[in-house]
Ligand binder design. Structure first.
Ligand code: CO
Length: 174
């Protein structure tokens, strides 16, 4: 690979230095030019189209972010990492985004008795826009979803029993 790049750089130097007026010699190495420019375009693309969010939960029952901002309707790729060591049964964390009309305390209370369904209450599924799996120390989960099309402030929380008191934040759709 390094050799290829060197050859490519040399070819570029030659074409830039000596053939400024001639566009065509440069075009002949078109395939290599594409290899160089495509990754840059991909990065720009994902920046504008997809919001990549990473957040952590720890053994102190805290998220490391209290606010997440995205654009209306934007694709969101969110990763939650449990950076603690405690077991899922005692210090479980998930990341759940609630609908605008959801009552966080009501969802939190219903979730507390929903151990069988990973603390996502079956009868309140319509209050969740998206959620990760419940994680224990050292685990992580990545989800992809579409941000709401309606701008405003939404609530995210951990639905493990009692955690929403500390583990909650604002999901702001601009
Ligand atoms: Co939690």
């Amino acid at each position: 690979m390094k050799k290829l790049v060197l050859v490519f750089m040399a070819a570029l130097a030659v074409s830039c230095g000596e053939n400024k007026k001639e566009e065509k010699p440069g075009m002949k190495i078109g395939t290599q030019v594409e290899e160089k420019t495509t990754p840059v375009e991909a990065t720009t693309d994902s920046d504008s189209k997809e919001a990549v969010v990473t957040l952590e939960g720890n053994d102190q029952m805290k998220f490391n972010k209290s606010e997440i901002r995205v654009k209306a309707g934007q694709k969101v790729k969110l990763t939650l990492k449990h950076v603690g060591k405690m077991d899922k049964a005692v210090m479980g964390h998930n990341w759940a985004l609630l609908t605008k009309d959801a009552d966080m305390a009501a969802v939190g209370q219903a979730s507390a008795t929903a151990a069988d369904t990973d603390y996502i209450p079956a009868d309140m599924k319509d209050k969740f826009i998206a959620h990760t799996k419940m994680l224990g120390g050292g685990e992580s989960d990545t989800i992809e979803f579409e941000a709401p099309s309606e701008p405003g402030t939404y609530t995210f929380m951990c639905t493990f029993p009692g955690h929403y008191a500390l583990m909650q934040g604002k999901f702001i759709v601009e």
